[in-house]
Each structure stands twice: as structure tokens, then as C-alpha cells.
Design a protein around this ligand. Sequence first.
Ligand SMILES: NC(=O)c1ccc[n+]([C@@H]2O[C@H](COP(=O)([O-])OP(=O)(O)OC[C@H]3O[C@@H](n4cnc5c(N)ncnc54)[C@H](OP(=O)(O)O)[C@@H]3O)[C@@H](O)[C@H]2O)c1
Length: 334
Amino acid sequence: MRTRTIDISGTPICELGFGAAGIGNLYRPMESAMALDVVADAWRQGVRYFDTAPHYGAGLSERRLGLALQELPREAQLLSTKVGRVLEPLPSNVPVDGEGFVQAAPFARRYDYSYDGVMRSFEDSLQRLGVGRIDILLMHDIGRLTHGDQHELQFRTAMDSGYRAMAELREQGLVKAIGLGVNEWQVCDEAMNHGDFDCFMVANCFTLLENSITDTFTERCRHERVSLIVAAPFNSGVLAKGSVGAGHYFYGDVPAEVIERVKVLEAVCGQYDIPLAAAAIQYPLRYDCVKSVVIGMTKGVRIRQNIDWYALPIPSEFWQALVDKGCIGAFPGA
Ligand SMILES: NC(=O)c1ccc[n+]([C@@H]2O[C@H](COP(=O)([O-])OP(=O)(O)OC[C@H]3O[C@@H](n4cnc5c(N)ncnc54)[C@H](OP(=O)(O)O)[C@@H]3O)[C@@H](O)[C@H]2O)c1
């Protein structure tokens, strides 16, 4: 597995990362033993970067990930988790369904982007993960998509208050890099005007289907040496399973209009004999400011498959054909 480096902090990161929302029971319950096995499998296959969040299964993903990694060398692992939701215990003490997760831990999520909220979330994550520091700390789901007309208020709190906590943690060496973890790149553009961020995790918005991020923002990141970690390169499934598969698009059913665009991509892939999923994984990595692609995986066989797709040689003519079809923008310097 090749590594790149997060620009400002100098943190090495492997190009293919493991997204741990699935082991927090995203969509369906998973036995803990299987969750631990799939993380061990990822490790055996060379994956060293793992992304989680308090949100994923209301703490379940962090607990399972921490257990799965506890006997593996900490210095070889790269861990990212997130702040912005504080978990409050529920009196019922029974597993809870909701927000896309099934049989999640019995905690309610409360948005809190304040200094105290960030510090509490960080400390809770250390305990669930069983570690003394976090490598990459991301402010989770700020932006209009999540907060609608509350965005301005939440954003101000995040930048004026929560950001100070994150910057302090970085100064103290308790985290190596700080950033946002969001489904909309536009809020990262906004945040760069307020704080000194090392990286942004952009999910579902740097894909073969959604790539307005390359219009101007990738160039800004390159210029200001801010790194991107691209999560959900399959747009939550459809770009792995294809137009006839049972994938998701942004965690819901795939709209007919998206299916049509997937068919166009598949036609170009067919001409060059390139699996669509291989193109989906490799597309963001063609940008220097992108340091890793984080995929949701809950089975060993998927990990093997994704590593093969990641490593498959793809000719430059294929990428040019996607540009010519208007599926993606021209690459920098092309
Ligand atoms: N705001 C944020 O910071 C944010 C937002 C979203 C995601 N993320 C991070 O990114 C990670 C990945 O996102 P994601 O899981 O939502 O989306 P994704 O990686 O685009 O897609 C995952 C889906 O693709 C399918 N898949 C994976 N490998 C496959 C293969 N080889 N063949 C066929 N299908 C395959 C899986 O299906 P099966 O379930 O059938 O295996 C899974 O449901 C998350 O776990 C999380 O760590 C962060």
C-alpha cells in the first residue's frame, strides 16, 4: 500500500483507508466478532488508516475499532475520529435504531461544536478507542446539508469556539492534524477563511458522479497546502455495484437520473475494459492534494477486491474519455 503525506503536519497516510461506519451497524447489524475480524483482515492486507466517529453506531464503531486494533502496534496505525456530536446515555439501555444505524449503542447524539463539546467528545473518543491520542481529528458534519437554516449559528460556534479546542489539542501533540469531515466541500472552502486546517475529509462529493470540487477548490487546496481525504468514493455504494446493482446513493435509493449517469460511465468503462469501481477509487487519487481514499467495507472479500481495483493500471486515454464525455473536469496541467 503506497503512502502519501498530509502536507502541513507531515503525517504519513496510506492511500486506501478503512471506513468504520459499517462496523457501527450502518444499515444492518453486525456481530462484534465479525466486526473485529474485518478490521484484522484489513490490517493483514496492508491497510493502516482507519476512520471512525462517535456518530457511527453511537459509539459502537469506535469501541469495536479500538478493540480490533488494541494488540497491533499503535505507531503503525493512523486513526481519525470526529467531534461535533456528544453522546448522552439513554435511560432505556437497549440498542437503538435511527440515523441510518441499526441496533446502535444506547446513546443520544447531541450536536455540540463548542470548545467544551469538542473537548468532551475528544476525551470520550479516547476512552472508547482505548488510545492516548488521535492522529487526525475532524469536525463532523458542519454545513448547510446537515444544519439547514441553523448553519450560520453552528458554523460560528464551530469556528469561534470548537476550533480553538482542536487547535489546542494539536499544539499539545494530542492530535497531529485537524480538519473537517463533511459531505459538502463548500463548507471546507468557508472554514479555510477562519482557521488553520491541515486536511479535510470530503465524503460523497469527490466522485465520478459528484465532482464540482475540482472546479476551483482542489486548486485552492494545492496552493494553500491543505490535504484532502476523500471518503465514500462509491457515493455510498452505487459506483461499486453499478447501474443494475443494489447499491445506495447518498445512503438512500439511487434516483433514476443518477442511474442514467452511471450508465454513461459504464459505457466508457466498457470501451476500455476498466471496472467502474476501479475508476471510482483511483479518480480522486489523480489529484496531488488528495492523500487517501476511504471506503466503507464490512467483508474481507471486499477489502481484497478494493485493493485490486486500487492497484489496477488505468491508461490516461480512459481518463481523457471521461473528460471528453463531460463526466469529470480536465485534470490540472492537462
Ligand atoms: N461526514 C463524513 O466525515 C463522512 C461521511 C460519509 C462517509 N465517511 C467515511 O467514509 C467511509 C466510507 O463511506 P461509505 O461507506 O458511506 O461509502 P462508500 O465507501 O462510497 O460505499 C460503501 C458501500 O460500497 C459497497 N462496497 C464497498 N466495497 C465494495 C466492493 N468491493 N464490491 C461491491 N460493493 C462494495 C459496500 O457495500 P456492502 O455493504 O454490500 O459491502 C458499502 O455499502 C465511512 O465508513 C466513513 O468512515 C465520512
